[in-house]
Design a protein around this ligand. Structure first.
Ligand code: ADP
Ligand code: MG
Length: 478
């Protein structure tokens, strides 16, 4: 376990005096390098801010799996984009889900509305993040297994652009120059902004703006600001608006151009709108207004739906993923190699088998509803409790079952405002940022634009950085 880890030696992690000193250095370095977050007390003000939570040391990640994740990213970009254009597949994959899950149903009704009316814009931009854990295999190796792909509001590309400088500094002060040089460069904010800027350019109006559609509570604003500032430096104007602002001041002209606060919007970048709590009735109307418009939507409603957990499970069925890569079996195989076991809970014999399998060995699985944002998944005894309740009804279709991925735990120290310093047993999750721009049938950009390593204490089954569970980290390739 942790004492055999390559990377930062156990003796360093357990040197309390050194750790104490380094933690002070690290917090200041986080502030100096802009690894920032607003506080829980004043989430909408920048008068008083703190560092975003992060690990004191980078975490060891095997080079081969890191490179595998980079290489498969452009294929995932294509996959998401192809799913988004396949109405028959989306209808079939989500038909059971929308009958029982109101949130997915509302998204789907916007999708149908837009299809019926016909698209007003031929430019599509996808900014996604494919998340993985490194499953320990029986032979002692590790396998890259996808947790999920986020096709809307994938965050931390901004702050992840600043954490390499932070860890390099900590390692230098710790006297570990060699490790310091091994921290990878990372700048997702530039790649995300490049795709948004490309869309703005294709829209073709100097006066038009990129609108970040933001939450009411904006603790993670600095993460956005990095992408925003990249856009401004490319002379692309940016505004930030909430659903409520769009409801109040938004309209479409006769050509379905989107106007908000009197400004023409070329691109809507959704950093909100991924969970039911983000929506009032008025916000649903505002989402529909934006989707119907000529603005480039990042993502559009079909790309949003392509990122649902039910779609992920459908892709895992024999031949389904492969149907999206006709004539490219080796590409399909590369993507499929990253799938963990996924199981349907649809009514029928197969779904019944899934229920039995989960009830017999709940600790081997994760039960997932169609939700984003962390804290929604069910584990162990909870799986049994929920499945016992819904197993006889169509309600079970709202969930999918997934094999639990078991990464190797590593020791680290999690720095979080107000928390005491202690050695934690941690699990990490590696994310790859994908960015693509398509105009009609021409793929103009398709790239992996950076990575994100998040680490959490192994006591927590679920939850991301924004949810207060995971913290920012960097891979130290071994
Ligand atoms: P969300 O959309 O809420 O982020 P995820 O599918 O990413 O949903 O799950 C949230 C968290 O739960 C992940 O960050 C990870 O820590 C944990 N998790 C999810 N799926 C698995 C799995 N198959 N095995 C182990 N842990 C998982
Ligand atoms: Mg997630």
């Amino acid at each position: 376990m942790a004492d055999h880890q390559e990377g930062i030696p156990e003796a360093v992690l357990r040197n309390t005096a050194l750790v104490q000193d380094l933690a002070d250095v690290a917090k200041d370095s986080a502030l100096l390098h802009g690894v920032l977050m607003r506080t829980e007390e004043t989430p909408n003000s920048s008068e008083l801010v703190s560092y975003a939570p992060f690990t004191l040391f980078p975490s060891a990640v095997p080079r081969a799996v890191f490179e595998q994740a980079v290489e498969v990213q452009t294929h995932y970009n294509l996959l998401v984009d192809r799913i988004s254009q396949n109405q028959a597949f989306l209808e079939q994959a989500l038909s059971g889900t929308i009958a029982v899950d109101d949130f997915t149903a509302r998204l789907f009704s916007i999708y149908r509305h837009v299809l019926q009316e016909g698209p007003a814009q031929s430019v599509v931009v996808g900014l996604n993040r494919s998340d993985y854990m490194l499953d320990q295999s029986a032979d002692g190796g590790v396998a890259l297994k996808q947790v999920e792909i986020n096709t809307i509001a994938a965050s931390f590309g901004g702050l992840a652009s600043r954490t390499p400088a932070l860890h390099r500094h900590v390692l230098r002060v710790a006297g570990r120059l060699e490790d310091s040089r091994r921290i990878l460069d990372n700048n997702p904010s530039a790649g995300l902004a490049a795709a948004l800027a490309k869309a703005w350019e294709l829209y073709g109006s100097q006066r038009a703006v990129v609108m970040f559609l933001v939450e009411d509570v904006q603790r993670n604003i600095y993460d956005h600001r990095y992408v925003e500032n990249e856009l401004w430096s490319r002379k692309v104007p940016v505004i930030r608006r909430r659903f409520e602002d769009v409801s109040r001041t938004g309209s479409l002209d006769q050509d379905r151009r989107l106007l908000v606060d009197g400004k023409e919007v070329a691109v809507v970048y959704f950093r909100n709108g991924y969970m039911p709590q983000n929506y009032t009735e008025q916000s649903w109307d505002a989402r529909l207004l934006m989707e119907r418009s000529q603005a480039v939507k990042v993502p559009d409603i079909s790309t949003h739906l392509a990122g649902t957990k039910k779609v992920q499970q459908e892709l895992a069925l024999p031949g389904v993923l492969e149907s999206f890569f006709p004539g490219e079996p080796q590409v399909a195989a590369q993507v499929r190699a990253t799938f963990a076991g996924l199981y349907t809970l649809d009514p029928g014999a197969e779904g019944d088998r899934t229920v039995e399998m989960a009830l017999a060995n709940p600790d081997q699985f994760v039960l997932k509803p169609q939700r984003e944002g962390g804290g929604n998944n069910l584990y162990g005894e909870e799986i049994c409790r929920v499945l016992e309740g819904v197993k006889q009804s169509s309600e079970r279709t709202a969930y999918i079952l997934m094999d639990k991925i078991r990464p190797r735990p590593l020791h680290n120290i999690l720095l979080r405002r107000g928390a005491e310093l202690r050695l934690s047993t941690c699990l990490s999750e590696l994310g790859m940022f994908g960015a693509y721009v398509r105009q009609g049938s021409d793929m103009l950009m398709n790239e992996c634009v950076g990575h994100l390593l998040r680490t959490k204490s192994s006591e927590h089954a679920d939850g991301g950085v924004a949810a207060g569970v995971a913290v920012l980290d960097n891979p130290l390739l071994v």
